[in-house]
Design a binder for this molecule. Structure first.
Ligand code: ATP
Ligand code: SF4
Ligand code: MG
Length: 333
């Protein structure tokens, strides 16, 4: 299977004057061609930090990134600013929650998209650019008229569609969407998500979808990575994890949202809050909030346990026994 992005021992630390914040820790994650990977976790779990660090958009003076991030035969952690400029937007693209705010209020949408197109194709002919933009606008279900409009003439949903169209302008291999539809009303969000899924059937793009909303992952992703306090808890296929989550944190996350099947159920949520990320912890980072914590959990960090297929979990409950069996307690929960 073609690997698009491979993170190895990937760490991101914010270094402020008085303290360090260990925001992303020891991430090992592979994203294959055609995958749509949802990264979920409660607020402050490091989702945006991870995305920004992959893109190398964090200020170097107060962040430290270690490990490797292999993309298009390059380690992005080591890449020069010149190399990154070549890759960003062209091969690796991003849409943020507020991407639309980056548009200039005094220039027509078309002119702005044209300028972005010319960054990587300075000699492109007007007709080539216009054809490309027209196709992209159609893809995100916007009419050509948008080309001549100013940002203030468009609704939030339309602007976010423009941002998505811009992110696709050079056919990126990997698209990262960080809460790209979160600020929109439910109907618009639903429409855009539907378009994203449809669009991927025609484009050769791999997607990382960062969201705190598991229902977005359920409807638009094939894989999911659960992040807690900067660490991976569980990774695997959406169809398996949403049906039968293994990690106590994933179970808690799923119990804090209304049933995805629409059935009524009591929302239990997860008691407690994220740990102080300026501290280093010896055992499992989730132990203070975990109902299943054992003595071992406070002493050593759980290592990765490979479950079926590509599914993996980091929890002592699933550590391999001498006979290689998994101690799956999920049926008792
Ligand atoms: P949300 O769902 O609210 O967007 P998130 O999962 O994207 O949250 P991040 O924004 O990546 O989380 O933050 C991860 C951790 O890093 C948090 O504890 C946050 O306070 C901390 N953090 C973020 N930016 C900085 C910074 N510039 N300096 C120090 N700490 C930071
Ligand atoms: Fe809970 Fe222990 Fe598993 Fe951590 S390792 S999630 S504390 S059971
Ligand atoms: Mg965020």
């Amino acid at each position: 299977m073609d690997r698009v992005l491979e993170l190895k021992d990937f760490n991101v630390t914010y270094k402020n004057k008085t303290k360090k914040v260990y925001a992303v820790k020891d991430i090992n994650l592979t994203i294959n061609k055609g995958d749509s990977l949802g990264i979920v976790g409660e607020s402050g779990s490091g989702k945006s930090t991870l995305a920004m660090a992959i893109l190398r958009l964090l200020p170097e003076r107060n962040t430290e990134i270690t490990g490797s991030s292999n993309f298009a035969n390059k380690d992005l952690v080591q890449a020069s600013e010149k190399e990154l400029k070549e890759i960003r937007w062209k091969e690796l693209s991003v849409v943020f929650q507020k991407s639309m705010n980056a548009l200039s209020p005094v220039h027509r949408i078309g002119e702005q998209i044209e300028d972005i197109y010319r960054v990587h194709k300075p000699n492109a002919r007007k007709e080539e650019i216009f054809d490309r933009i027209k196709a992209l606008l159609r893809l995100v279900n916007l009419s050509e008229r948008v080309f001549k409009m100013y940002p203030h003439e468009l609704s939030g949903g339309m602007l976010q569609r423009v941002a998505i169209a811009i992110s696709l302008i050079h056919d990126p291999k990997l698209l990262i969407m960080d809460e790209a539809t979160t600020a929109l009303d439910v109907v618009t969000q639903g429409q855009i998500l539907e378009e994203i899924v449809k669009m991927e059937q025609t484009l050769d793009v791999t997607r990382i979808m960062i969201t705190h909303d598991i229902s977005v992952v359920a409807t638009t992703c094939n894989k999911i990575a659960v992040l807690y306090a900067g660490e991976l808890m569980e990774v695997g296929y959406v169809k398996d994890i949403l049906k039968e989550p293994k990690h106590p944190y994933t179970k808690g996350l799923l119990s804090s949202i209304p049933s995805l099947s629409g059935e009524k159920e009591t929302l239990t949520g997860i008691k407690g809050h994220l740990p102080d990320l300026s501290q280093k912890y010896e055992g499992c980072i989730f132990a203070p909030r975990c109902e299943h914590a054992m003595e071992q959990c406070g002493k050593s960090k759980p290592s990765e346990t490979q479950l079926t297929g590509e599914n993996r979990v980091w929890c002592h409950l699933y550590s391999q026994s001498d006979r290689g069996e998994q101690l799956d307690i999920s049926k008792n929960l």
